[in-house]
Each structure stands twice: as C-alpha cells, then as structure tokens.
Design a binder for this molecule. Structure first.
Ligand code: GLC
Length: 657
C-alpha cells in the first residue's frame, strides 16, 4: 500500500542517514525497505509515536538495518535471494532438527564441529545450539541470562570457532539455529550494571521502581514462573535502591520494550547473529515482551506487534532469516505467534508445538489417544507459510498446558487429570515406571510441571535396572512411536540430544550448587560417547533406538506428503487407543499416507472401511513405509500391535513415493 506520510518520512530518513551508509550500494536493501516501510513505520508509530524523539528513533532503526545490511556477506546475501525465490523452502520434509547444548553434546563448539558427521549419520540437518552467548559463571539459567549479546561464552568457544562451524555446516547443507534471549538480560549485563550505578538511560532499559506501589499492582494479576526458586516478579536491588521486574529468575532483568532504544538494540542483536550465519533464530520467551498492569503480562497484543516489527525489519536486512517463537502458552494463544489475518507468517515462521508435545505425553500416561485427538482437533488452523516445531523433549520442563475444555470434553476432571499425570510421570502412580520429578510446584495454585529425560519418563531407566527385557522392549517401542509422530505430523521435527541413544536422567546436577535447585538439569546431559558407540552393536538398546530413528528419518525425507502444506487430516476412529491422520501429497492429492499409532500395551485394530472416501486403504494392499512391511490385516481391519505405528500407503502408490 502506498501511504504518503510514511513515504515522505522515508525520504527524509534517507537524507539524514550517515554518509557511509549513503555511499554504499543499497539497491536490494532499498527495494525491501520501500516494500516494508509502511508496515514498519505504522508499527513503530503505534508503539512509540507519542515520544518526542520518535523521528530520531526511526532514523536510528533504519540506520541499524542498513549498517547490518552493509556488513552482510555476499554469500549470505545470495542465500537470502535464493530463499526469496524458493520461499517455501522451510516447509519441506527434508529438514530434521536436533537441539543440543554445545558443552553437553561435545564439550564446546569445536567439539560440535567434530561431531557433525554423527548428526549426519542420524540424518539431522538442522542444529539448534542452545544459548551460548556470554553469561555469568553462576547464575545463568542454562545460558538464558546473557551478559553480552554479541559474544560467545569463552567456556563454549569463540566467534572464530563459530565461523568455522557454520562453514562446515554450510558445506554439509545443515542449518544453524541460535537463541536470542529477547525478553531479559542477566543482572551482570552492562546495561544492568550501568542501571545499578544510577544511569537513568539504562534504568529505562528495564522496569525499575522506587516503591512497591506499581510492583504490587502488577503482582495482583501476574502468575509466577519459578515459584519455588524465584517467587514473585520483582527483585529489590540494594545498590540501585529500586525494585526491578524479574519475571523469571531474580537475576534475569526484564527488558523494557516500551523504550524504542531497547527494541532497536535487540533488532541489532538479531541481525548480528544473522550475519554470523544463523539461518534461524529462536526468540526466547516471546509471550512476555510487553507488560501491562491488570494482566498476566503474557500474550499481550503489543508483544505481537513487537514481533511483527522485528520480522519486518529483519526481512529488509536479512530476508533469509527465520524466527522461531518460543511461546509455551495455551493452544489458542500459541497459534497467534505466526501472526494473525495473513497467509504468510507475519511474526514467526516457526513455533514450538507445545500443545502436541504435552498431548503426546498424555497419551503415554493414559495409554489412549482421547485427549490427544481432542486437543489436536481444537488446535486452530495455521497459516500456509508457517510451520510447527514438533518435539517430544527439550531442555525445559513439560507443562501440562492443555485446554480445560478439552480435558472435560473427554470426560476427565481437569485438576484430577493433571494430578494423575504428575503422579504418573513422577512414578507415584502405582502402575507407572516413569522416573520424572515435579518442577515448579506452586503451593498456592497446586500446579506443577515435569522434569526428566525421555528414556526415563517412558520407563527405560526402570526396565534396565530390573533387567526386564519385555519392559526394555516396551520403552524402546514407545521412544520410536513418539518420534514417528513428530516425524510425520507436519512441521520440523526437533529431536533432543541424547534421546537418539536412550540417555537416562542425569543426577550429577545435584552435586553442583549452581544447578542443584533446578531439576531441569536432570535432562540436560553430557553425552557419553562410549555409550554412543554402542549404536553400532547389534541388539544394544542404543543400537535399536539410533537405528530405528535413523531409518525413520531417512524414510521421512522421501515422503513429499510429510512436507507441511496444511495437508493433514485428522481421522475420527472408533478406537480410543489409536491416533490416526492422513497426510496428502501437496501436488498429487491421491498420494496419501495414513499415519496410525497405538498408544496401548495391547494390540488394537482400525477399521479401514470407516475412513470415509479415503477408500484406497481398504483393499488389503497397504504397505508400511516406515518398516517396508505389510501389516497384518483381517478383511478391512488393520491390526496395530502394542506401541506400534504405521506410515501406510497403498502398495500401488508405494513405488511412486
Ligand atoms: C525459556 C527457556 C528456559 C528459560 C526461560 C527464561 O523459556 O526455554 O529454559 O528458563 O526462557 O529465560
């Protein structure tokens, strides 16, 4: 849309830019700036238009975008252009990710580089390296309390080593995801130190208050994120003589996005890492970016506008860069982080599918897919050019963030059901062999989440201890079943390091006083590379899991129907233990894959003649793409063994896929 006010301002801004910017070749930059400027200006004005220095801030923003563009390498610019041409590139089924801590996975960045062949062996071609920017030795929240946004923590490596890593990854056609912790800084960040020393400019980078008046108002409606270790949302800073907002840990100061200087700094930080070779940035805790008295301070409209503005700005400078929204919030809220009322993602192209993750765990505990079916059915449709990050485990706790209405719809009582899940995964429930621990128990609300490694939560730890072969077999099957779901659902599957070899809970964090109070460390392991070697030992647990996953990943990459073009149809089946959906080829609708998983410990059957007009599966000619086998059938009834899954195709089609 052409809009005079913003365009005359744009002309003005271009005249006021620093001479070195004016001298550079900015042809592509200006084209994109022109196309996006109306949106950028409108959003920036909506958020900051009331300020006297609005024009000056607007110039600064454009300067940041232009300076970072000038510094972008020609190689990255070429990549930007090719991604602009092939704009659906990230929806392909060929991407398979893994999240890992550089130190836990391989000691440091150099180690990660030397382990790239291992990831390739598995089929992983997207690596999310957990936060590695400089952070304090002690209070770091696993790297999420950053003290310098533009450098790497010396314990993990250097910027040069990152360059070497990205080089090697590019040659191997692997993508790199990096974290940008946009919501807060460490209290040891320079901005916090200067705020503490009394500089007003930096006190305005945070939410600081002389008295409890405002904090008390906020507290009335704000929930607590870490109620056990960091109750409340404000921390008194003795040296500054003020309260500061600290929604997460008391040493993580929330950034004040009502100050445009903060917004501009953080756009610069994102672009810094984009220029350093990040293909994707994971924007941490995006639901919290805006605060308002009388609200939960999560998912506010302004938080969305900030993300839109970040996206618009980054698209001008580095259009090949994608955003992941880390918003672990209610299903109806998560979907909004793609941006509303659009076909193309206006905020983040990718979002964590926390809903699917939690629902899969529900199916594990209940051994049925009732809530899983209901929860996915209620998940609002997503935009065309946006995709999910599907995962089973990550470095955080598992929140039981289902919709109460969904829980009730399948005839459970929400409080009792959540209690059951907690008891189940912490091993209190009588039939449970799970070895998790409660995380973030809130005595006031009764809420709690769950920590624990995937293998320990599905019973592998208990089974290995008791040397119960049948139980080991069950746990391995469950691990593969869960992965088969995230590999076929639609979106980018994100494995978690260590799960590929059945890594169990790690209790060593208890000996480290800086970690002992945060049991999420029980599932942030150091990879035991001797154990990983066992992946080559036929019949070893590591071998069964690794090989199983390796094959599944390889098969996924050959199935175009698994690309994410909103081409999934959830099936209503009359067997509550089964989760079943169809994936259709985006260009050849006839080429359909029927995915079915049995979460029960008994065999179940699926009546293929009840699949409506999807009759192609009912003639007994089905083949499982995952195993290459033909499943057992009786007439139109398909038998699904305990904890088994199928990726079924009509045999006549199998040759074509
Ligand atoms: C995100 C991270 C989590 C961290 C929190 C605060 O949710 O995933 O690990 O504790 O942000 O930074």
């Amino acid at each position: 849309m052409y809009e005079q006010v913003s365009h005359s301002l744009l002309n003005d801004i271009l005249d006021r830019l620093k001479p070195e910017i004016q001298r550079s070749d900015l042809r592509h930059f200006y084209t994109r700036l022109g196309a996006n400027f109306y949106a950028i200006h409108s959003l920036f004005h909506y958020l900051y238009g009331q300020r006297e220095d609005f024009d000056e801030q607007m110039v600064k923003l454009v300067e940041v975008m232009a300076s970072r563009y000038i510094k972008r390498s020609s190689e990255l610019e070429e990549r930007d252009k090719s991604r602009e041409r092939n704009y659906n590139w990230f929806l392909s089924q060929e991407w398979v990710g893994m999240a890992l801590y550089a130190d836990g996975f391989a000691g440091n960045l150099e180690g990660v580089k030397s382990r790239l062949p291992y990831l390739q062996e598995l089929g992983v071609n997207l690596v999310h390296i957990m936060p590695m920017m400089t952070c304090p030795v002690g209070a770091s929240d696993g790297g999420y309390a950053v003290s310098n946004f533009r450098d790497i923590d010396p314990r993990v490596g250097t910027l040069d080593e990152l360059d070497q890593l990205t080089d090697s990854m590019r040659k191997r056609e692997m993508l790199l995801t990096l974290d940008v912790v946009v919501n807060h800084t460490s209290d040891e960040h320079e901005w916090a130190r200067r705020a503490r020393a009394g500089e007003q400019k930096y006190q305005d980078y945070f939410y600081t208050f002389s008295s409890r008046d405002v904090p008390d108002m906020f507290e009335e409606s704000m929930p607590e994120i870490f109620p056990e270790t960091s109750p409340g949302n404000f921390t008194w800073d003795e040296e500054m003589g003020k309260w500061v907002m600290t929604v997460f840990n008391s040493y993580q100061w929330d950034l004040n996005y009502s100050n445009p200087a903060v917004f501009i700094e953080m756009v610069d930080v994102i672009l810094f890492w984009a220029n350093r070779g990040a293909d994707i940035v994971r924007l941490d805790a995006v639901a919290f970016l805006w605060k308002k008295i009388g609200t939960s301070c999560q998912n506010l409209q302004e938080a969305h506008l900030i993300l839109q503005l970040m996206k618009d700005c980054c698209q001008v400078t580095a259009p090949g860069l994608l955003f992941i929204a880390e918003a672990i919030v209610a299903p109806s809220e998560i979907i909004k982080y793609f941006g509303e009322d659009a076909v193309i993602a206006k905020e983040c192209e990718i979002a964590y599918n926390a809903t699917f993750m939690a629902l899969l765990w529900d199916a594990v505990a209940t051994k049925n897919a009732k809530l899983l079916n209901q929860g996915i059915r209620s998940l609002p449709g997503k935009l065309d050019r946006a995709t999910w990050l599907n995962y089973i485990r990550c470095h955080d706790d598992i929140g039981l963030g289902f919709d109460n209405a969904d829980i009730q719809h399948v005839n459970y009582e929400p409080v009792a059901h959540r209690r059951f899940l907690l008891d189940y995964f912490t091993g209190k429930y009588k039939d449970s062999d799970a070895r998790g621990q409660p995380f973030g128990s809130n005595l006031k609300t009764g809420d709690a989440r769950i920590s624990g490694a995937l293998a320990s939560l599905v019973g592998l730890e208990a089974a290995l201890e008791s040397q119960d072969d049948a139980a080991i077999d069950r746990a391995v099957k469950l691990i593969l079943l869960l992965h088969s779901m995230i590999l076929s659902f639609g979106g980018i599957p994100l494995l978690y390091y260590g799960d590929e070899i059945g890594t169990l809970n790690d209790g060593t964090f208890l000996q480290d006083e800086r970690k002992a109070r945060d049991n999420r460390w029980m599932h942030r392991p150091r990879i035991d590379w001797e154990k990983a070697e066992k992946r080559h030992e036929h019949g070893a647990v590591e071998n069964r899991i690794f090989e199983g996953l390796r094959k599944l990943i390889a098969v996924r990459k050959t199935i175009p129907a698994f690309a994410d073009f909103n081409n999934r149809e959830l099936l209503t089946v009359d067997n509550e233990h089964l989760f079943a959906f169809l994936r259709s080829h985006p260009q050849k609708p006839g080429e359909t894959v029927l995915v079915v998983g049995n979460f029960d410990s008994h065999p179940q059957h699926l009546d293929l003649s009840n699949l409506g007009n999807r009759g192609q599966f009912q003639y007994g000619q089905v083949q499982d793409l995952a195993s290459g086998e033909s499943p057992s059938m009786f007439n139109n009834q398909l038998v699904v063994p305990p904890f088994r899954f199928y990726w079924l195709t009509d045999q006549r089609m199998a040759g074509l896929l």
